[in-house]
Ligand binder design. Structure first.
Ligand code: HEC
Ligand code: HEC
Ligand code: HEC
Ligand code: HEC
Ligand code: HEC
Length: 395
């Protein structure tokens, strides 16, 4: 009986998110510059550095739209998004009490407002997000992400890839998810992104076809010789190490898109067959909803264009009221048009009489027309077409 009770209690005390305060000496990347300037510079150019409400127009517009549509406070929603976008926040949920206080304008000075205004989170996903993760609780269910999946080290203890590092500024601990198994770290947040209705609109964890391929190999680059710290700790010199770049280059980087997918065009009877194949281990588009591939097909006779078609390969989202909406309010989504991981999609188009060549080009856009117009996004980066590949079929 006692044993049974212990088992029941054991299950009852499953691990839950705990906040660990970040000391002033560690909270901003500025404090790391004296010895890790090259790393801080790399990270500053990444979109991890822009994941905060103030720094990403798309994120901000999404939060504001959600707040209007659900009649909840923007702050309450920001706390929910902070799970992955600002995981060092000092509150893990806002709750109904806060919503009531916010409506009555009694929220000034509340814990939630203080947490959102704190400069601990203003840098978004900074050094002390990844390097203060102590444990990743993969035994928890799929929906627990970000804050709810990790345990933090005490302030000032940096988890890193090396077994033998020493630093005069902070303590260090080696962790396998910084070295042997880094996908575990990335999938703390890059998985199970879901709408308020519980619809999972992206899950890179289940997409990942070849688990032996590491996210860091492509998004932080191959390991190279360099220094982890510029401090002269090795006989009057900085210590040489195997390092990676902290640029986390991805969907926002034009140069990453060139040849990310392969294009092939063939004549198949009365049709033109365009094959888009994806050599990457995850779907494309992936990552966030409403991303888009744009296929432009030009039918030519000599130099003259007879006809031009533009096809959009994207995802559409439908709200509870069956209206077009943004990913976070979707109850249902349309047919998945992405190119599967290590797979392909064939698109057949009718041939046009008199054509002597068919020119096909493929582009990528961060936000499709529908969601861009719902959110009224202004910055041209959201609609800009990034070139992926092109090819010509001579007939
Ligand atoms: C999104 C997670 C993430 C963020 C944010 C991040 N790092 Fe890292 N960092 C890593 C990973 C993963 C490695 C291990 C790379 C490897 O060697 O495979 C690493 C490695 C390092 C190393 C060892 C040397 C190297 O480059 O491999 C240092 C030092 C370091 N990071 C410092 C920083 C500092 C300073 C910041 C803030 C400007 C920062 N990191 C932000 C994930 C992160
Ligand atoms: C006074 C210099 C100094 C400052 C400031 C400093 N570090 Fe370090 N850090 C080091 C040295 C030295 C090492 C060890 C380098 C080596 O062994 O190659 C190191 C190693 C690391 C590692 C790798 C640990 C491992 O075990 O793999 C991480 C991660 C790291 N620092 C993060 C940070 C962060 C984040 C900050 C800012 C909050 C910071 N450091 C500030 C000197 C510094
Ligand atoms: C704490 C949560 C978290 C962790 C851990 C994390 N990411 Fe991210 N990542 C994000 C968020 C949130 C964004 C989007 C930020 C934005 O666009 O405002 C993002 C964006 C990215 C992007 C897109 C950049 C672009 O230009 O579009 C890449 C690539 C990326 N992360 C790779 C990684 C890799 C590789 C790792 C593991 C080493 C990792 N991330 C770990 C939350 C995380
Ligand atoms: C073999 C290389 C490779 C590996 C491994 C890889 N990626 Fe990618 N990823 C790419 C390429 C190429 C693109 C398309 C260009 C871009 O966005 O960088 C991409 C795109 C992305 C995007 C933007 C997706 C979109 O369609 O908008 C995110 C986010 C991302 N990767 C995260 C990850 C994460 C997280 C992992 C590990 C689970 C990972 N990647 C593993 C190569 C890779
Ligand atoms: C499970 C972790 C997680 C949660 C919770 C989360 N996000 Fe994200 N979000 C991500 C990751 C990872 C990315 C980067 C994917 C990519 O770049 O393709 C991202 C990217 C985005 C983007 C695209 C940004 C860009 O620059 O292209 C928007 C917008 C966004 N999230 C809005 C939100 C909002 C609003 C909330 C809260 C209601 C939220 N997210 C909650 C993980 C999360």
């Amino acid at each position: 009986m006692k044993l049974l009770l212990a088992v029941v209690l054991g299950i009852g005390t499953l691990w839950g998110a705990e906040v660990v305060e970040v000391g002033d000496r560690f909270k901003n990347s500025r404090s790391c510059k004296a010895c890790h300037l090259h790393i801080v510079k790399g990270w500053e150019g990444s979109w991890h550095a822009k994941s905060h409400y103030q720094n990403d127009e798309y994120f901000q517009a999404t939060v504001d739209y959600l707040s209007r549509k659900t009649r909840r406070s923007s702050n309450g929603i920001q706390v929910e998004c902070a799970t992955c976008h600002n995981p060092r926040i000092s509150v893990t949920e806002a709750g109904m009490d806060y919503e009531i206080a916010a409506v009555m304008e009694l929220d000034k000075g509340s814990k939630v407002n203080q947490a959102l205004q704190s400069d601990v989170i203003s840098e978004g996903i900074n050094c002390v997000v990844c390097h203060n993760i102590d444990k990743i609780h993969d035994e928890l269910d799929e929906t627990k992400r970000g804050i709810h999946r990790v345990e933090w080290t005490p302030s000032g203890v940096m988890s890193g890839p090396y077994e033998d590092a020493k630093s005069p500024y902070h303590k260090v601990v080696h962790r396998d998810f910084m070295d042997q198994n880094p996908n575990q770290l990335c999938l703390v947040c890059h998985a199970n992104d879901r709408s308020f209705e519980g619809l999972v609109f992206t899950d890179m964890q289940s997409e990942l076809q070849d688990g032996s391929q590491k996210c860091v190999d492509c998004h932080m680059g191959e390991k190279e010789r360099g220094v982890a710290a510029t401090l002269k700790i090795d006989h009057g010199k900085a210590k040489e190490r195997e390092i990676r770049s902290h640029g986390f280059k991805g969907a926002h980087s034009t140069e990453m898109w060139r040849d990310a997918l392969n294009l092939d065009v063939k004549k198949a009877g009365q049709e033109i067959a365009v094959t888009i194949s994806n050599p990457q281990p995850h779907n494309i588009p992936s990552g966030f909803g409403a991303r888009e591939l744009v296929l432009v097909v030009e039918y030519k006779q000599g130099m003259k264009t007879l006809k031009s078609d533009t096809l959009s390969l994207t995802q559409s989202y439908e709200s509870k009221r069956k209206k077009p909406t943004i990913p976070h309010l979707a109850e249902k989504m349309g047919k998945d048009m992405s190119i599967p991981a290590n797979g392909k999609r064939v698109i057949k188009l009718p041939a046009v009489g008199g054509t002597t060549s068919v020119e096909v080009s493929l582009f990528y856009r961060l936000v499709n027309d529908e969601v861009r117009s719902i959110l009224e996004l202004k910055d041209p980066i959201w609609s800009e077409k990034k070139f992926i590949a092109s090819t010509i079929l001579k007939l």
